[in-house]
Design a protein around this ligand. Structure first.
Ligand code: GDP
Length: 321
């Protein structure tokens, strides 16, 4: 049956997301799906400990975006930020390669304080969402530490060392998600997947944002049991931001929307940009239903429109429900 044959029933949606690209589509979804029907499972493979603080970059990007306080220029941190802390740290000879704004710092300190008291990342995240007036359910993929390691021509690098300290310069060979095999999905993640009418892969980096989520035990099975649609993070062979296209090229794969579709054979449908319409038949041949639209989310209206269209595309799918 078709999803829209369910009449006025509102779909229950689970979105899988990394940072910037993921956060933008999640923001659009939050504008068109009632908050109680939207769960976002966020990558924590980029998380790390720095200056004694527990930092969760993707959770923070999604939270700041949904709260309307994200810095649109950097893609990380908060708007209206001040830098007294990091500037003072510099005068003291401390490490400044990972920039932490004063307002941003407060969130890391509060998260760290509560984790040290024995609370879980899910519990802390849920309360931070309340404090930031976020109504959709935001779940870390796991409460257990999972750390993305990038194997490069210069050896194995912790993710932030590769991404920030080395500005993605080393040539990647492969990725490891340390701790994934023995990790458990965070509470409510699998239940949300089981209850979902639809799972959406946001346009996030396949290698280091969505693969870590899918590496959490039980996630692939849960995904395969549900109707799924993805949105390509590669447009016209390029990433809008970040190293996704560079990673494909270094791994010997021509970066394209087709390469991303090949990355996710479990998807039922895949949304590509109008610039990539040439790949439609190749994507269909992979067994994924292709949909074409403008996928650049360069305004709030564009985020909302793309989210709405993704839901409409799903309505056109013949899926066994
Ligand atoms: P990160 O963890 O901050 O790198 O964020 P993500 O993994 O969520 O996002 C990186 C990917 O998002 C890149 O491949 C970008 O091309 C993609 N992206 C960013 N903005 C957009 C957009 O407006 N539309 C689409 N389709 N992809 C986007």
């Amino acid at each position: 049956m078709r999803l829209h044959d369910q009449g006025d029933t509102v779909l229950k949606v689970v979105a899988l997301a990394g940072g910037v690209g993921g956060a933008k589509l999640v923001d659009g979804l939050a504008a068109v799906v009632p908050a109680e029907n939207l769960t976002v499972v966020v990558n924590t493979g980029d998380d790390f400990e720095h200056l004694g603080l527990s930092i969760s970059p993707d959770l923070d990007t999604v939270m700041y975006t949904l709260a309307g306080v994200a810095n649109p220029e950097t893609g990380w941190g908060r708007a209206d930020e001040t830098w007294a802390f990091i500037e003072t740290l510099e005068t003291l000879g401390g490490p400044t390669w990972f920039r932490l704004g004063d307002r941003d710092l407060a969130l890391h300190m509060e998260r760290t304080r509560r984790l040290r008291q024995g609370e879980t990342l899910s519990e802390v995240t849920a309360d931070l969402c309340v404090a930031l007036d976020i109504h959709v359910r935001l779940l870390p993929m796991s409460d257990d530490p999972i750390r993305t390691i990038v194997d490069t021509n210069e050896g194995k690098l912790a993710f932030q060392e590769y991404f920030v300290a080395r500005a993605c310069e080393p040539v990647v060979r492969s990725f490891e998600f340390h701790g994934a095999e023995s990790a458990a999905p965070a509470p409510e993640v699998i239940e949300a997947m089981e209850e979902a009418d639809l799972v959406i892969y946001c346009p996030s980096n396949p290698w280091v944002s969505l693969d870590p989520i899918l590496a959490v035990p039980g996630m692939r099975k849960a995904v395969q049991a549900r109707p799924t649609i993805g949105v390509s993070p590669i447009i016209g062979g390029k990433a809008i931001k970040g190293p996704a296209a560079k990673m494909y090229a270094e791994l010997g794969v021509e970066p394209s929307a087709l390469a991303v579709a090949q990355h996710y054979p479990e998807l039922d449908a895949f949304v590509i940009d109008a610039a990539d319409a040439v790949w439609m038949e190749s994507i269909r041949a992979l067994g994924l239903q292709p949909f074409v639209t403008n996928t650049v989310m360069d305004s709030d209206a564009a985020r909302k429109r793309l989210a709405q269209e993704v839901l409409e595309f799903v309505g056109e799918l013949e899926l066994a429900l």
